[in-house]
Design a protein around this ligand. Structure first.
Ligand code: EPU
Length: 345
C-alpha cells in the first residue's frame, strides 16, 4: 500500500500563487478517491477541519494559516471515455493541471477548450468558478463531474445543470461551498476546427501574425502569446490572475456612464445586463501600474494584482479596499473579488 504523504506546519504562502498566508497544521497529498475519504474520516476522528487545495492559483490564504488538514488534490490521469463521429469525451483526475488537459485535447485536434490554454490551476478547480478566457468557458464543453459528498461519505456524479454555471460562478462557490470535493471532470470536445468570430484581442493577434488557418493548435499558440503579453506568469510573479470579477451592470447604467465615457467597453450578457471590464474601470481611476500597500496593479491588465512586497493579508486587504473605493467613487459600481479565500472554519 502507498504510504500517504503527510507534512506538518506547511507554509500556505508556498502553496498559493499569491504568496501570502501562515501555516497549515497538516498537508496531505491525495492521489486516489480512497485516500480522500480516509483524510476526511481521520480528520473527523481528530476533530480537525479539512480544506482542499488544487493549484492554489485562485486562493488567498490568511496570516492565521489553517488550523487543520489541507488535502492537496493530486488525483492523476486523463482518459478518453467515449468517441463518436463528432465528439470525443475525456475525463481527467482533479489533480491534472488544467493546461495539461488542454494540451491533451489540442494534440488530438479537438476543439472546445483551446482558448483556455495557459490558465493556471488544476482540472478539479476549473468547475468551481467556471473558468473562462478568450471566448470560451468551461460550461461550454462540460458534461459532468465526480465528487465526494463529505457529509454523506459517498461519491456522486453531478451534471452541468446540477452545477448551475454562470459567469465565474457555480454551486461550489455558493450554496454547495464546502459540501463536495471534485475528484474528476468530464468534458465533451468537438472534432471540428475552431470557428470565428474570435475574441477581439485574439482576432487582432491572429490578423497581425497572419494566421488564417484556425486549428486547435494555432488558436492555442495565439492565446499563449496574448496571455504572455497581458498576464503575469504565477510561476514567476506572485499573483492570482484576475483579482476582481468583471462588473455586471444594468444596461441603462452602462448607457448612462457611456455619456461621460464614450470609449467604455461593454460586452452583452443578457437582455438587461452588460459586462464592463474591471481592468478598464481601475485604469480610469489612474491606478494602473500603481503600488498600493505592496500590491502592484498590473500594467498589462489592471484587473490583476501582483504581490510585489506585501507580507500580510492586511496589506492585500488595504490595497483591495483602495481599489474598490476608487471604482465606487468614480463609477458607482461595486466590484467583487474573484479568488476564493481560505477561511478559518
Ligand atoms: N481593459 C482596459 N484596461 C485594462 C484591462 C482591460 O482598458 O487594464 C479593456 C480593454 O478595452 C480590453 C477589455 O478591457 O479590450 C477586455 O480586456 P481583456 O481582453 O484583457 O479581458 P478582461 O475582461 O480584462 C477577462 C478575464 C480573464 C481572461 C480574459 C481573456 C475576468 C475577470 N477576467 O479579462 O481571466 O483571461 O478576459 O478572456 O473575467 C482570470 O480569470 O484570472 C483571467 C485572467
Amino acid at each position: 500500500m502507498r504510504v500517504v504523504n503527510i507534512s506538518t506546519n506547511v507554509s500556505l504562502a508556498t502553496m498559493t500563487t499569491m504568496g501570502l498566508g501562515g501555516t497549515a497544521n497538516y498537508v496531505v497529498d491525495v492521489t486516489t478517491d480512497e485516500e480522500l475519504r480516509q483524510v476526511y474520516l481521520n480528520a473527523k476522528t481528530m476533530s480537525q477541519p479539512v480544506y482542499v487545495i488544487g493549484g492554489g492559483s485562485n486562493l488567498i490564504a490568511h496570516d492565521e494559516g489553517y488550523p487543520g488538514v489541507i488535502a492537496h488534490m493530486m488525483i492523476p490521469g486523463i482518459e478518453i471515455i467515449a468517441d463518436d463521429n463528432d465528439t470525443t469525451t475525456i475525463q481527467a483526475g482533479a489533480g491534472v493541471s488544467w493546461d495539461e488537459l488542454v494540451r491533451f485535447g489540442v494534440d488530438r485536434q479537438l476543439t472546445g477548450i483551446e482558448a483556455m490554454s495557459g490558465i493556471p490551476g488544476s482540472a478539479g478547480a476549473a468547475p468551481v468558478q467556471n473558468i473562462g478566457a478568450y471566448g470560451q468557458e468551461l460550461a461550454d464543453t462540460f458534461v459532468s463531474l465526480e465528487a465526494y459528498d463529505i457529509a454523506k461519505d459517498l461519491f456522486v456524479t453531478l451534471s452541468a445543470a446540477d452545477c448551475d454555471f454562470s459567469y465565474r460562478r457555480s454551486i461550489f462557490r455558493e450554496n454547495a461551498a464546502g459540501h463536495y470535493v471534485i475528484t474528476r471532470i468530464t468534458l465533451r470536445l468537438f472534432k471540428s476546427s475552431p470557428q470565428p468570430p474570435f475574441y477581439d484581442s485574439l482576432q487582432r493577434h491572429l490578423d497581425s501574425s497572419q494566421i488564417t488557418e484556425y486549428t486547435p493548435q494555432s488558436i492555442r499558440d495565439a492565446v499563449l502569446d496574448v496571455r504572455a503579453d497581458k498576464l503575469p506568469d504565477p510561476k514567476i510573479v506572485r499573483n492570482s490572475g484576475s483579482f476582481f470579477k468583471n462588473a455586471i451592470v444594468e444596461k441603462w447604467q452602462a448607457e448612462d456612464l457611456q455619456k461621460n465615457y464614450p470609449d467604455m467597453p461593454t460586452y452583452p450578457m443578457d437582455e438587461n445586463h452588460v459586462k464592463i471590464p474591471t481592468g478598464w474601470l481601475i485604469e480610469q481611476c489612474d491606478l494602473k501600474g500603481e503600488l498600493i500597500h505592496g500590491m502592484r496593479v498590473h500594467k498589462g491588465n489592471a484587473v490583476v494584482l501582483i504581490n510585489e512586497s506585501a507580507t500580510h493579508y492586511d496589506d492585500l486587504s488595504l490595497a483591495r479596499q483602495t481599489i474598490i473605493d476608487a471604482v465606487r467613487d468614480r463609477f458607482r459600481i461595486s466590484i467583487d473579488q474573484e479568488p476564493l479565500e481560505l477561511m478559518t472554519p
